[in-house]
Design a protein around this ligand. Structure first.
Ligand code: HEM
Length: 311
């Protein structure tokens, strides 16, 4: 079956590129082969991956009956880390998991609970810590942002922080520019599936590419610039802006994570003046399945402020 264009390199070379320089891999391949493009990594059961960044295609993918796809299959590479029972490895609707009791009314086993807790730790801790680090970097690296944010924050109390417009826009722009997850879960087709002009064979993973979507120039002009105002000037659809993925597998922690990000950012900025140790542009690195600032990224506390509001 004919698939979207893609590199004819050896799968191992494709895989090494994806692991070692994920952003360059995505940008170079999209520039060369367009959208969508096909990649082959050659090691997992799901060998053929097709990356999409066109919001219309992503909208259609998310609107497709989820029973046509398997998702847990695309996440099996995480199995050794998460355990066999993790929600990330499941297919079907999550509310089935929430309601999970057997016919005697018993809940989850210790092993199942352990796997879900590890999942929440992996999915929830690293991601928010990474987003917060990026936010602190952008706020101090981009001229004008810190002053504007502080002037919005001063005189407010924590109950207001969740709905402050500029703080919200700074958080959204942080998750746009370097989304913590470069891609959403792959939808693995269970049977040959015709979609957007191609027929995909069984076991092809259709992948919504969050990073490339967030850098489409017609949606986000000068996409490499940190400009929170974009989010004040217009609203983006859930297929143009999707740091938390979408449809039936959208991030379970989305509301919590956004709220936490705003709260912690506001609390830090109101308490201390921070300074970047270097003004050089920070280059993201792959850290497990997330994209984060390099491990040697540092900021220092210059002064501490007297806080009026209890934080
Ligand atoms: C800034 C922080 C976070 C980001 C950027 C993020 C991003 C994502 C993304 C992109 C997905 C895949 C969704 C898809 O493909 O449709 C996901 C799934 C998930 N996230 Fe998050 N996440 C964050 C924080 C959290 C937190 C705090 C929790 C839990 C406390 C959490 C729990 C989960 C779980 C359980 C899933 C799997 C959902 C499923 O399998 O259906 N995440 N997240």
């Amino acid at each position: 079956m004919k698939l979207p264009p893609g590199s004819a390199r050896l799968p191992l070379l494709e895989l090494m590129d994806w692991i070692n320089r994920p952003l360059a891999f995505l940008e170079d391949t999209a520039a060369r082969y367009g959208d969508p493009f096909t990649a082959r990594f050659g090691i997992w059961e799901v060998d053929t991956l097709v990356f999409f960044s066109n919001p219309k295609a992503i909208q259609e993918l998310y609107a497709t009956d989820s029973r046509q796809f398997s998702i847990g299959q695309a996440n099996t590479m995480l199995q050794p880390l998460l355990g066999d029972h993790s929600v990330l490895l499941l297919d079907g609707e999550l509310n089935m998991l929430m309601a999970a009791v057997d016919e005697t009314g018993a809940g989850m086993s210790d092993q199942e609970l352990r796997d879900e807790l590890i999942t929440l730790l992996v999915a929830g801790h690293e991601t928010t810590a990474t987003a917060l680090t990026w936010a602190l970097y952008w706020v101090h690296h981009t001229p004008g942002v810190h002053a504007k944010l502080l002037s919005e924050l001063i005189g407010t109390n924590p109950a207001q922080w969740g709905s402050l417009p500029y703080l919200t826009a700074v958080s959204q722009e942080t998750l746009r520019l370097y989304p913590v997850a470069l891609i959403g879960f792959g939808r693995v087709v269970k049977e040959p599936f015709t979609f957007q002009g191609y027929t995909y064979p069984t076991d092809t993973a259709l992948i919504p590419c969050i990073y490339l979507t967030h850098h489409r120039p017609e949606i986000y002009p000068q996409s490499k610039q940190f400009r929170p105002e974009r989010f004040l000037e217009r609203q983006f659809t859930p297929y143009e802006y999707m740091p938390f993925g979408g449809a039936n597998r959208r991030c379970l922690g989305m509301a919590f994570a956004l709220y936490e990000l705003k709260l912690v950012l506001a609390a830090i900025l109101l308490r201390v003046d921070l300074e970047l140790c270097t003004q050089a542009d920070l280059q993201p690195v792959r850290r497990s399945v997330t994209l984060s600032p390099p491990a040697d990224f540092q900021m220092v506390v210059r002064t501490r402020r007297q806080v009026e509001a209890p934080v």
